[in-house]
Design a protein around this ligand. Structure first.
Ligand code: ATP
Ligand code: MG
Length: 327
């Protein structure tokens, strides 16, 4: 499969100053951002942050918002007849057609978009999501995870250039989740642009090219995942000692950012972005331990997860001064 096309300096989606009010509540509050062609963009935020509402504004499901959304240059509200063909949406709420079979459901969806799909093509799509054996089952009798996978098939019948996946893995078991993400990556590699939301941050960390963090309707950060990890993340080195002397070692090395993880385990926090080998703090700790005759059983490196970074960004938003300084 062809590799991802490099970003050509254009945006596929432009969100400009979008605000969606429900009474006094700003579910989406002055959000501006761009989605680049060919990327996987993860929109992250706690419950009620405004993710589904923002996706609704972009996909044309929600109208009556302030600001503008353009998809490939077309207005998501005024040119809806055009943009709806560019976009596929897997909604967070399952909306299945209870009286049809899985195959019929896809046939109707194809018809809705004026797309001709042969039986083989429909079966192939079902097969990709491990649903072929349920092709003739009434959708009502599918399990929750199967229904969600059928929703994904439905969103793909018209081969959209832009696919929105709102919590696609909620209720999907671990193996199928992995398969689903593999499929999402394959779609991206074929050139489909993907916007997803998920509460499984380790999945976003693996998959996303860029990440947006939203809270209380406001977009707090948009950045390449790696840039975010470099800026907010830190690296650490964990050391397991041969004796329960972790507290003493921490006492003796007060100048270092040491955390006691257990009687015989220490974590040394190093600065963001620095390579762990060659880090002066790591060298100082190791030298001290060797000179003191401490037995070192294991040394392993790591860095903060996207989940920790996500919490950090949200915490800064909660702090009274921090909220002012957020770009
Ligand atoms: N139709 C509506 N009428 C009134 N309030 C709404 C409506 N839709 C959403 N809201 C409110 O807007 C806010 C954002 O909701 P939204 O569904 O966009 O959050 P979310 O980030 O998708 O959350 P979750 O992670 O739980 O799916 C919430 O406070 C919600 O109650
Ligand atoms: Mg939602």
């Amino acid at each position: 499969m062809a590799k991802v096309k490099p970003y050509a300096g254009e945006t596929l989606v432009d969100v400009v100053g979008v605000t969606k009010r429900y009474g006094d509540l700003r579910a989406v509050d002055d959000v501006s951002m761009g989605i680049r062609p060919g990327e996987i963009f993860a929109l992250l935020g706690p419950n009620g942050a405004g993710k589904t509402t923002l996706i609704g504004c972009v996909t044309g499901l929600i109208t009556g918002f302030e600001g503008a959304v353009k998809i490939a240059g077309f207005d998501a509200v005024e040119d809806y007849q055009i943009t709806r063909r560019l976009v596929g949406l897997v909604p967070q709420e399952l909306n299945y057609d209870a009286f049809f079979t899985a195959r019929q459901c896809l046939e109707f969806q194809a018809g809705y978009f004026g797309v001709k799909m042969s039986r083989e093509e429909i079966d192939e799509l079902l097969d990709q999501f491990s649903l072929l054996e349920k092709a003739d089952a009434n959708t009502r009798w599918l399990s929750g995870g199967m229904k969600r996978r059928l929703m994904i098939c439905k969103a793909l019948v018209h081969d959209p250039v832009l696919l929105f996946l709102d919590e696609p893995t909620a209720g999907v078991d671990v193996d199928l989740r992995d398969e689903l993400w593999e499929y999402v990556e394959a779609l991206r590699d074929r050139g489909t642009t993907i916007v997803l939301t998920t509460h499984y941050l380790e999945e976003a960390e693996k998959l996303a090219d860029r990440v947006g963090i939203i809270n209380r309707g406001r977009l707090l950060r948009v950045d390449a995942r790696e840039a975010l990890m470099e800026e907010f993340g830190h690296r650490h080195v964990d050391v397991r000692l041969g004796a329960p002397v972790a507290s003493r070692v921490a006492e003796e090395n007060r100048g270092l950012r040491l955390e006691v993880l257990g009687e015989d385990r220490l974590r040394l926090h190093t600065r963001s972005g620095e390579e762990v080998e060659g880090d002066p703090a790591v060298q100082r700790l190791m030298k001290g331990l060797v000179e003191a005759g401490e037995e070192i059983l294991e040394v392993s490196g790591g860095r903060s997860s996207l989940e920790e970074i996500f919490r950090k960004v949200l915490n800064e938003d909660r702090a009274p001064e921090g909220a002012e300084g957020v770009p």
